[in-house]
Design a protein around this ligand. Structure first.
Ligand code: ADP
Ligand code: ADP
Length: 232
C-alpha cells in the first residue's frame, strides 16, 4: 500500500456561515520511497494538508491512510503511538531542546518510546549527518545548518516510514540547505523512506520527486520535478 493516501480530504474551520475550507476535497497518493514537495501561497492549505496527513489534525470529511494504516477518525492515543513509532518531523526552526546536547537530542525519541538508547547507535546517526565531532555541543553552540542536521538525525534514529518536513531549509543559507537536501535524498533513495515537505524554496522543490501546488485548499497542479531526475 501507499505511504500516504488522502481521499476527498476536506478540512474546514469556523461556523457554517463563515466556513473556511482550508482543505477542499483533496485526493493524492504518495508512494513508498517518494519525496513530495507541497507549494502554494500563504493560506492555501499547505500546513493543514501536512497536519492532516500526519494525523496531527482530523479531517472534517474524507479519508487518510498513513504508513499502511487507515487513520481516519483514529483516537489521539492511536495517533500518538503511530507518530512515535513510524513518523518523523523536521521543522523550519529545528525544535531542538536547548538544554540537551546533540547526542541527547538525537536520543530523545528513543527515550520517549521507552527504548534503551545505545550510545553507539546515536553516535552513528550523528556521524551519518557529518556531526561526529559535535555530539557534546548544545544547540546554541551549533550553526543553523548543523542544528537542522541534528534534527534530521533525531528523526532518522527512529527509522520512520514517513518524514514530514515543514520548511526544512527555510532558515538556512544555500550551502547548509544543499547539505540538508542531500540527507533527505539519501533517506528516500537509501532507506526507501517517504518524505512530504512543505516549502517555499525552489531549490528544495527541485530536489523532490514531485511538486504539489495548492491554491485555496485545492490541488491545482502535481508536477514531476524533471531537474531532480536529471541531477540524480
Ligand atoms: P498555509 O500553510 O498554506 O499558509 P494553512 O493550512 O495554514 O495554509 O491555512 C489554510 C486556511 O485555513 C487559511 O485560510 C487559514 O486562515 C485557515 N486556518 C488554518 N488553521 C486554522 C484554524 N485553526 N482556525 C481557523 N482557520 C484556520
Ligand atoms: P503527546 O500528546 O504524547 O505529548 P504529541 O501528539 O504532542 O504527543 O506529539 C507526538 C509527536 O508529534 C511528537 O513527535 C511531536 O514532535 C509531534 N507533533 C506534535 N504536535 C505537532 C505539530 N503541531 N506539528 C508537527 N509535529 C507535531
Amino acid at each position: 500500500s501507499a505511504a500516504i493516501e488522502l481521499r476527498g480530504a476536506t478540512r474546514h474551520y469556523g461556523p457554517k456561515r463563515e466556513r473556511v475550507r482550508a482543505l477542499d476535497n483533496v485526493s493524492v497518493v504518495c508512494g513508498r520511497g517518494s519525496w513530495t514537495a507541497v507549494m502554494g501561497p500563504s493560506g492555501s492549505g499547505k500546513s493543514t494538508l501536512l497536519h492532516c496527513a500526519a494525523g496531527l489534525e482530523q479531517l472534517s470529511s474524507g479519508q487518510v491512510h498513513l504508513a499502511g494504516k487507515d487513520i481516519t477518525g483514529a483516537s489521539d492515543r492511536e495517533l500518538t503511538e503511530l507518530r512515535r513509532r513510524d513518523i518523523g518531523f523536521v521543522f523550519q526552526n529545528f525544535n531542538l531542546v536547548a538544554s540537551l546536547t546533540a547526542e541527547q537530542n538525537v536520543a530523545l525519541p528513543l527515550k520517549l518510546a521507552g527504548v534503551r538508547v545505545p550510545t553507539a547507535q546515536v553516535r552513528e546517526v550523528l556521524a551519518s549527518v557529518g556531526l561526529a565531532d559535535r555530539g557534546k555541543h548544545r544547540p546554541r553552540e551549533l550553526s543553523g545548518g548543523q542544528q537542522q542536521r541534528v534534527a534530521i538525525a533525531r528523526a532518522m534514529v527512529m527509522r520512520p516510514k514517513v518524514l514530514f518536513a515543514d520548511e526544512p531549509t527555510g532558515a538556512l543559507d544555500s550551502n547548509s540547505a544543499r547539505q540538508v537536501l542531500r540527507l533527505l535524498r539519501d533517506m528516500v533513495d537509501g532507506a526507501g523512506q517517504t518524505i512530504v515537505m512543505v516549502t517555499h524554496d525552489p531549490a528544495a522543490a527541485a530536489s523532490a520527486d514531485s511538486v504539489l501546488f495548492l491554491s485555496d485548499g485545492r490541488i491545482v497542479d502535481h508536477a514531476v520535478a524533471p531537474t531532480a531526475r536529471e541531477v540524480a
